[in-house]
Design a protein around this ligand. Structure first.
Ligand code: FES
Ligand SMILES: [Fe+2]
Length: 356
């Protein structure tokens, strides 16, 4: 499909954001078929440790099997669908919370208390269903599509572009979760452009070299990059001239990278008009006095910027849902990454048979 040039292109129709049927389409045709960020790989460092994640609305449990390393399964018991592996920490087997069936760490069925089925019952057909998983830059991912390309394809080139910075090498510090009353793609769209910065985040915009801020488009990702020139707030504490990278990785992962600091944002749809955004903070240093002060400031500044973004996204969703709007246009100077993302989306919907 040939993309329409930016200066003539129209933005997607508002139904992509406001039609309740798009929630299922996005979950099944897009998020369930792509790599989803699940947390810090370090959570599985210890043999026997486990991690639960929501992967495109499906419950998944990771475990570090002392024999074979990290494994991932749907957290779905094969008796009647109960949740398994819910005990975090030093698990030696999975157990379902509903009626207590147990599974070995390779997913095979281990025990069925008080079950008393006859010889026709085949334990081998009742193991946990595995899920693909991968690690990149210390981040853990899962994908529920057995046929999707490997994660490497989706992040190819990022490491080289951000060098000498790295996504890896920082320790997980904390997670915050923000609900937002808008379609998840409204939030992504907002992330993808700095056009709104002077109007929605005037204080933050004053710390940036806005004129020098630029966008670069790659296969499955894009980056916005700029340098700090002010000295206010947390970003000022990073130091004047520090380069910031805002990476959008297909389809719902955002990596905000600076020296010694990585903030991972992942937006998850909850309904066609509701989503939540995970903020995972990683730092190279979180223990020195200076680092602790900077991290406290980071949390305050990030919460303020998020509140500003959430408020405008909710208002935009209302606008998209009104009869006054269907499709708009792009700034050729400031909305290139947005156009790139919409082209990927249009192509993906077309390939997947989503009726848009
Ligand atoms: S649903 Fe898991 S033991 Fe019954
Ligand atoms: Fe913003």
């Amino acid at each position: 499909m040939t993309a329409v040039p930016l200066d003539r292109a129209r933005t997607p129709p508002s139904a992509w954001y406001t039609d309740p049927r798009m929630h299922d389409h996005d979950r099944d045709a897009l998020l369930a078929r792509t790599w989803q960020y699940c947390g810090a790989a370090s959570a599985l460092a210890e043999p026997g440790s486990s991690l639960h994640a929501d992967v495109a609305g499906r419950p998944v449990v990771f475990v570090n099997d002392p024999e074979t390393g990290v494994r991932a399964f749907y957290s779905v018991c094969q008796h009647r669908g109960g949740p398994v592996g819910v005990r975090c920490g030093q698990a030696t087997f999975f157990q379902c919370r509903y009626h207590g069936w147990t599974y070995n760490l390779d997913g095979s069925l281990r025990g069925t208390p008080q079950f008393e089925r006859g010889p026709s019952f085949d334990p081998g057909a009742h193991g946990l269903k595995p899920v693909r998983h991968a690690e990149w830059g210390g981040l853990l991912f899962a994908c529920t599509d057995p046929d999707a390309p490997d994660l490497d394809e989706f992040v190819a080139g990022i490491d080289a572009l951000v060098a000498p910075l790295t996504v890896d090498g920082k320790a997980f510090h904390m997670r915050e979760v923000y609900p937002v009353n808008c379609n998840w793609k409204v939030y992504v769209d907002n992330y993808l452009e700095a056009y709104h910065l002077p109007h929605v985040h005037p204080e933050y915009a004053r710390t940036l070299d806005y004129a020098g801020y630029r966008e670069e488009l790659h296969g499955w990702w894009s980056v916005q990059r700029g340098r700090l020139e002010g000295d206010t707030g947390y970003y000022g504490a990073l130091g004047e001239g520090v380069e910031l990278f805002y990476l959008m990785v297909w389809p719902n992962l955002m990596l905000n990278l600076a020296a010694g600091r990585l903030q991972v944002n992942m937006v998850r749809p909850l309904a066609h008009d509701r989503c939540e955004v995970l903020f995972d903070y990683y730092y190279a240093d979180s223990t020195s006095d200076a680092a602790r002060a900077a991290i406290a400031e980071d949390s305050v500044v990030s919460a303020r910027i998020q509140a500003e973004d959430a408020e405008i996204c909710e208002r935009v969703h209302q606008g998209l849902a009104s009869p006054a709007y269907d499709s708009g246009c792009y700034s050729a100077k400031r909305e290139q990454a947005l156009h790139h993302y919409h082209n990927l989306l249009r192509e993906w919907y077309g390939k997947s048979g989503v009726p848009v």
